[in-house]
Ligand binder design. Structure first.
Ligand code: NAD
Length: 301
């Protein structure tokens, strides 16, 4: 298929590479030329503009950092920039994989519908490792038939495709998951620091907890202590992965949703506060597992 792909960062880069690997023709657009060059090196072609990228595309995929970026891409910012929605073939399927608020996803889908296009939200879980391995979980919102149309392509990049409900439901499920992830990562870092401060080896403690009742994804797949897992961002000075800024965005989205629904989310609120403090103290540019440093108080790591 001819695919237009927007946003080839930590996640979008390997996702686009997997589509190319599967034999699709992928035309990419990103604001950072170095990332476009990297995508071209893995077999993509570069588009000179967003509208050029969608010309002739049968599927449009976006993997952007924020609601403002998704809104800007699809709807533009006013008279000077009309966005890409009306330039997309009405027969094409539009899949926004960015994690953004459900209301913006619903607004994008509604505008697409007015213009005779179909847009689904399909945020992902699984991290950069899952994007590279093609084992992501896609959490979709939108009409069931559109999700079924997208399924074969999504299965090229992932292992699980869930239909959470109507437009925006994918985003709601995703922020519930990421609120839990933020809590679990902070809790895992806290437990590891307690063990190390009391003389334990973090690798031994991790192996024990991984087989005990405290086991969780952050501990087993994405361990925050440097050196415990050679592949994890913690073992690479917390570079790459899922940025603290993106975790803060998701924890903010979760708290905004909780305010709207009057839900009680004290641990989500505390996690938001912890990551906010960590970002302000210099953690902003690192992977979210660097929350470990928040607990270190000058000790390792
Ligand atoms: P990233 O910052 O590495 O990549 C985003 C890319 O989008 C950047 O290269 C940026 O230049 C580009 N971009 C921004 N505006 C654009 C525009 N208008 N047109 C084209 N490109 C544009 O972020 P990421 O880690 O790849 O995350 C992307 C999305 O995936 C976020 O919404 C994030 O919350 C979500 N997510 C990330 C992870 C993870 O582990 N990194 C996991 C699950 C979900």
């Amino acid at each position: 298929m001819n695919i237009a792909f927007f946003g080839v960062g930590n996640m979008g880069g390997p996702m686009a590479a997997n589509l190319i690997q599967a034999g699709h023709t992928v035309r990419v657009f990103d604001l950072l030329p170095a990332l476009v060059e990297a995508a071209v090196a893995s077999g993509a072609t570069a588009a000179a503009s967003p509208r050029e990228a969608v010309t002739g595309a049968e599927v449009v995929i976006s993997m952007l950092p924020s609601a403002a970026a998704a809104q800007g891409l699809y709807l533009g910012d006013g008279a000077a920039d009309a966005g890409i929605l009306d330039a997309i073939d009405p027969a094409a399927l539009i899949v926004d994989c960015s994690t953004i608020d459900a209301a913006t996803s619903r607004a994008l889908a509604a505008r697409a519908d007015e213009l005779g296009r179909v847009l689904i939200d399909a945020p992902v879980s699984g991290g950069v490792g899952g994007a590279r391995a093609g084992t992501l979980t896609f959490i979709c919102g939108g009409p069931a038939e559109a999700v079924e149309r997208a399924r074969p392509l999504l299965e090229t990049m992932g292992r699980n495709v869930f239909h959470a409900g109507d437009s925006g439901a994918g985003q709601t499920a995703k922020i519930c998951n990421n609120m839990l992830l933020g809590i679990l990562m902070a809790g895992t870092a806290e437990a590891l620091q307690l063990g190390v401060d009391n003389g334990l080896d973090p690798a031994v403690l991790s192996a024990i907890m991984a087989e005990s009742s405290g086991s969780n994804w952050a501990l087993k797949v994405y361990n925050p202590w440097p050196g415990v897992m050679p592949e994890a961002p913690a073992s690479h000075d917390y570079q790459g992965g899922f940025g603290v800024a993106l975790m803060n965005k998701d924890l903010r989205l979760a708290q905004e949703a909780a305010l709207r629904s009057c839900s009680t989310t004290p641990l989500g609120a505390l996690a938001k506060s912890l990551y906010g403090f960590h970002a302000a103290a210099g953690g902003e540019g690192y992977d979210f597992s660097s929350i470990q440093r928040f607990y270190a108080r000058g000790h390792e790591p």
